[in-house]
Design a protein around this ligand. Structure first.
Ligand SMILES: *Cc1c(COP(=O)(O)O)cnc(C)c1O
Length: 403
């Protein structure tokens, strides 16, 4: 029996930790999405920087179907071919020598934090447990990762937190220098802050963090859950910064919409996750890895990565033109196809109004905090869809500014 469902059903039967939009999308193709009423939307959100190749990319559909008829799941009692192929390709493409698979960004970061702690305690002693992270950071919603993330609104109210976590402002090297010591086990950072407002590290800061970690024998963990997999126009953002982390986490666009996360590190560090120290039933699931392998094959090509930078220019030009007319942004910041239009004093705190007006005009965008409208379209969004999306965004801006 098929059950008729509407948005009202959400309030009836779902835990109220989300407040989803009024529309229910039912179908997607490339950078377009259709809702229950058949209304069409241009997608500049990509499921929060997840659908890096748009919706239902034929190569990903094919990978999913082929693997879906072969083998879905085994658990880690056995290994499997898709996981090994994907791991080999990630190793070949990055600084990493060893890969751990899981199902989400939070789990990848949870693994990274536990590994950093275990490595430091094994290598230097029980005192070396301090984790330093940055205010406005976001690292996921498990209790450890949300405590490391620098936003009290997400981590408070759940009782005692994991300890020895210190927060300092992003892009403030002196503040980091003041708290880092030989007791520091790891510094965790997004090499382009996403949820916190689309904030790029300065060159001096990124290099300075690496140098301070080296000085105090602390591991540098890059959370590339949002910034990675081509988002910035490099396969991973660290490549554009010229700063190599000791541990890197990936998720979101890694599976192009199929849940998967990964932690990448070196052989020497990985050695401290001995048999039985950590795990995940689904980690390295063949379906997820088969899709992610197809994603990586497409994204890690000069055409796609160069295309990200071309599309960035188109979107920046479009947003500047809109701003010249409506004067609502103080700047457009970010890198590649992770861009933030920062609302000026007149519109401060109203990013959600822009998001809702965009939906009215047939466009999906994101916010990054109360005063930044975030754009994270598919890395291969067609030029025609960029132009149409920008035209719709202009109407949404007119709607907000006129109101
Ligand atoms: C989304 C995000 C996470 C959490 O990923 P989940 O898959 O939701 O657990 C962690 N870090 C960053 C930088 C993110 O953007």
């Amino acid at each position: 029996m098929s059950v008729q469902v509407t948005r009202e059903v959400f309030d009836e039967v779902m835990v109220p930790n989300y407040a989803p939009a009024k529309i229910i999308p039912v179908r997607g193709a490339g950078s377009r999405v259709w809702d229950q009423e058949g209304r069409e939307y241009v997608d500049f959100a990509a499921g929060i920087a997840v659908s890096g190749l748009g919706h239902c990319h034929p190569k990903l559909v094919e990978a999913l179907k082929t693997q879906g008829e072969q083998l879905w799941h085994l658990s880690n009692v056995m290994t499997n071919e898709p996981a090994l192929r994907l791991a080999k390709k990630l190793v070949a493409a990055t600084f990493a020598e060893k890969i751990y698979f899981c199902n989400s960004g939070a789990e990848a970061n949870e693994a990274a934090l536990k590994l950093a702690r275990r490595y430091a305690i094994d290598t230097y002693g029980a005192h070396k447990t301090q984790i330093i992270a940055f205010t406005q950071a976001f690292h996921g919603r498990t209790f450890f990762t949300v405590s490391v993330g620098g936003q009290a609104c997400y981590s408070d109210g759940f009782g005692p937190k994991p300890g020895d976590i210190t927060h300092v402002p992003y892009n403030d090297l002196a503040a980091l220098e003041a708290v880092i010591s030989d007791n520091t086990c790891a510094v965790v950072m997004e090499p382009l802050q996403g949820e916190g407002g689309i904030i790029s590290p300065t060159d001096e800061f990124a290099k300075g963090v690496r140098a301070l970690c080296d000085k105090h024998k602390a591991l540098l963990v890059f959370d590339e859950v949002q910034s990675g997999m081509g988002r910035t126009g490099e396969l991973f953002a660290y490549m554009g910064l010229g700063v190599t982390p000791d541990i890197l986490t990936s998720a979101k666009a890694l599976g192009g919409g199929f849940p998967i996360g990964a932690m990448l590190t070196t052989t020497a560090i990985a050695a401290h996750f001995k048999v039985g120290t950590h795990g995940s039933t689904y980690g390295g699931n063949p379906l997820a890895c088969a899709v992610a392998e197809a994603v990586l094959d497409i994204i890690n090509t000069p055409q796609v990565l160069a295309g990200v930078k071309q599309r960035e220019q188109l979107i920046r030009q479009g947003l500047e033109a809109i701003n010249a007319k409506y004067h609502c942004f103080s700047e457009v910041r970010g890198k590649g196809l992770l861009l933030g239009a920062v609302l000026n004093e007149d519109f401060k705190g109203r990013s959600r109004d822009f998001l809702l007006a965009a939906i009215d005009q047939g466009l999906l965008v994101l916010v990054a905090g109360a005063s930044v409208v975030r754009f994270a379209p598919s890395l291969i969004v067609p030029e025609e869809d960029i132009r149409e999306g920008l035209a719709r965004f202009e109407k949404a801006v007119a709607q907000v500014v006129g109101a």
